[in-house]
Design a protein around this ligand. Structure first.
Ligand SMILES: Cc1ncc(COP(=O)(O)O)c(C=O)c1O
Length: 421
């Protein structure tokens, strides 16, 4: 299909974009020539909301002025500070407030969830992941299996695309579950695969898994703030995500966790406990026995980093204002525009390996590059275009609806095609 490839058309799309003003709420990194870079790395580290500094400085000031009293008398007292994020987080991931909490980091949360939700039996002890899951997920799942007395060779099922294909077919996931579901204790997929950008049908996977008695959890690192989903209504058992990608919380920002309401007060679930998960009413009686708070809050271990949460709040306020449904709508259009511009230059020098169906992807397109290698990414960087390279041959490009424009996408495609030669 041919489309208008002019810069004027890109500018006209920007002029009609109802979300275009949100870009001004972010710091855009500078290129070598001092101009604003074309930043297409929100799948890796989201940009800094301009107000993040003010939110953090407020807490620095309370710490300076109040010391330990900041826990109770600060403008936003630190004791219940994490609750400031609860409603916004719940809205973002389609959950009830009792089902979400911000705590720890992603991989830590994944282990904590497996402590509670990987309940193997002699017959049912397998875990299903993507063969191309992010390495940290693979390390977590494999070492978790070993720590529980199981061996990945017998207890891990890795989903792969069919030979010659890049995405895993949904029908293959469904037939695996139908065939081997009675042996599977836990299905743990990414909401969006970090490498291919494939978005899984979380509702369908959860329904199929539950039909066979499996627990179903998701790593939403590349899905949170990117896709719109309904974790509660879809009956997902648990989910974990980081907040430094599409959620713009800053490097190493505190992570998120979802535990479905039906598990909120289940005393049979084992867990690794810490004092911050203890019932708030009696936490400071300093008793020796653990009584968890209900819901996701009861999985907290430690008192959380206030400065990290302050930065995240700055971004979550923007998400709340823009609305994830509106952002997703723009994202589909923006990524579709990127795809159509690239298609105008189709050649054997690159292949789009991300699914073509907008429902099966988020903001990211992954391009398999035939020859140019990492030098291509470095050349783009030199020209002020920031996207990332994943060995051996993938360039990942993420136009983020909160701060990227159609003009950004247009400039990327021109520079990319020129660099390919
Ligand atoms: C899909 C996925 N899982 C896990 C991780 C690891 O996250 P963390 O270092 O926050 O534990 C990442 C980091 O990029 C990721 O993309």
């Amino acid at each position: 299909m041919s489309i208008d490839t002019s810069t004027e058309y890109a500018a006209s799309l920007d002029a009609r974009d109802p979300l275009a003003n949100y870009r001004a709420q972010f710091h855009i990194p500078r290129a070598e020539n001092g101009e604003e870079a074309i930043y297409l790395c929100g799948h890796s580290l989201g940009l800094q909301p301009k107000r993040a500094r003010e939110y953090i400085e407020q807490e620095m000031k309370d710490w300076q002025d109040l010391g330990v009293e900041g826990h109770f008398r600060g403008r936003h007292p630190w004791m219940p500070y994490h609750r400031l994020l609860t409603d916004q987080t719940a809205r973002l991931v389609g959950a009830k407030p009792i089902e979400v909490v911000v705590m720890n980091s992603l991989t830590v949360n994944l282990h904590l969830m497996m402590v509670s939700f990987y309940r193997p039996t002699a017959q049912r002890h397998k875990i299903v992941i993507e063969a191309s899951a992010f390495p940290s997920d693979q390390y977590a799942v494999k070492t978790h299996l070993l720590s529980r007395g199981y061996h990945p060779e017998e207890s891990l099922i890795e989903l792969t695309p069919r030979p010659g294909e890049s995405a895993i077919r949904e029908e293959d996931i469904q037939s695996l579950i139908a065939r081997e579901g009675h042996l599977i204790a836990l299905i743990m997929l990414g909401g969006v695969n970090y490498s291919t950008g494939q978005a899984f049908d979380m509702a369908a996977v959860t329904a199929a898994g539950h039909k066979k008695g499996c627990v179903v959890g998701f790593d939403l690192a590349h899905a949170a703030g990117n896709l719109q989903f309904q974790l509660h209504d879809w009956n997902v058992d648990f989910a974990v995500w980081c907040s430094y990608k599409y959620l713009n919380g800053g490097p190493g920002c505190i992570a998120g966790c979802f535990v479905h309401e039906r598990h909120a007060n289940d005393p049979r679930l084992p867990r690794y406990a810490g004092w911050w998960g203890h019932d708030e009413q009696t936490r400071f009686q300093m008793g020796p026995n653990f009584h968890p708070q209900s819901g996701a809050d009861g999985w907290q271990l430690s008192n959380p980093s206030i400065l990290s949460m302050a930065a995240l709040r700055a971004s979550m306020d923007i998400f709340d204002d823009a609305g994830i449904a509106n952002l997703r709508q723009k994202s589909i259009a923006l990524t579709g525009y990127l795809e159509s511009l690239l298609d105008q230059h189709a050649s054997d020098k690159f292949t789009i390996i991300t699914p073509r169906d907008p429902e099966r992807r988020g903001a990211q397109l992954s391009l398999r590059i035939a020859k140019a290698g990492r030098a291509l990414r470095n050349r783009l960087l030199h020209e002020g275009i920031m996207c990332d390279w994943r060995e051996p041959d993938i360039l990942r490009v993420a136009p983020v609806p909160l701060y990227n424009s159609y003009t950004d996408v247009h400039r990327f495609v021109s520079a990319f095609i020129a660099a390919l030669g």
